[in-house]
Design a protein around this ligand. Structure first.
Ligand code: SAM
Length: 171
């Protein structure tokens, strides 16, 4: 089973922060990889790789200029997160039975031809909000909360949870 996030339409000037948050959310909530299209951005790639190096795991970030080819060649089920889709509680069980999935989120405007290339479109509420929120809630429902217990191998840093204050162990 593998989950890849496809982040569409990245613009260096406007989307750096949100695209980075998409990647970090994907990583923390159990995706293997984020592929992004739009403008290639080595700064965003570097900040995601820095987090992986410090906090562990094997999460990858890759640029794909031609996202249509990527989707055409992928054998995974393609799931577009969009407020126009089927509301999450009504479709999540069916999606859980799929083996490998590509989750797709947009930025400003999702290109219309994507609707012909996907297997499911899923809404996380039927209201407009954010790709980061949609991604986090989708993955939490997909994993039924189990992603909270995930361990990240080869971490150089680990948080010791506490009720007040902060404690970070370094290796
Ligand atoms: N107006 C844009 C459009 O026409 O696609 C939406 C932009 S929204 C800020 C960016 C992305 O957040 C969307 O492409 C979608 O992936 C995600 N998103 C926003 N609201 C959502 C919702 N209620 N359910 C699922 N995904 C959502």
């Amino acid at each position: 089973m593998s989950i890849t996030l496809l982040r569409l339409g990245h613009r260096i000037f406007r989307d750096q922060r949100i695209t980075t948050h998409c990647a970090l959310t994907a990583r923390a909530f159990g995706c293997e990889k984020m592929i992004y299209s739009g403008e290639k951005d080595s700064e965003t790639e570097k900040s995601v790789i820095d987090v992986v190096n410090r906090w562990g795991g094997n999460f990858k970030i890759e640029y794909e200029k031609n996202w249509k080819n990527f989707l055409k060649n992928s054998k995974s089920k393609k799931i577009l997160l969009t407020m126009y889709g089927v509301n999450l509680p009504n479709i999540i069980e069916k999606i859980r039975s799929e083996k490998d999935i590509v989750l797709i989120v947009g930025s400003e405007k999702v290109p219309a031809d994507i609707y012909q290339m996907i297997d499911y479109q899923v809404a996380v509420t039927l209201q407009p909000h954010s790709e980061v929120a949609a991604l986090a809630v989708f993955l939490d429902w997909y994993f039924s909360g189990k992603e909270m217990e995930r361990k990240f191998e080869n971490a150089k840093m680990e948080i010791i949870p506490m009720e007040r204050g902060k404690n970070v162990k370094s290796f």
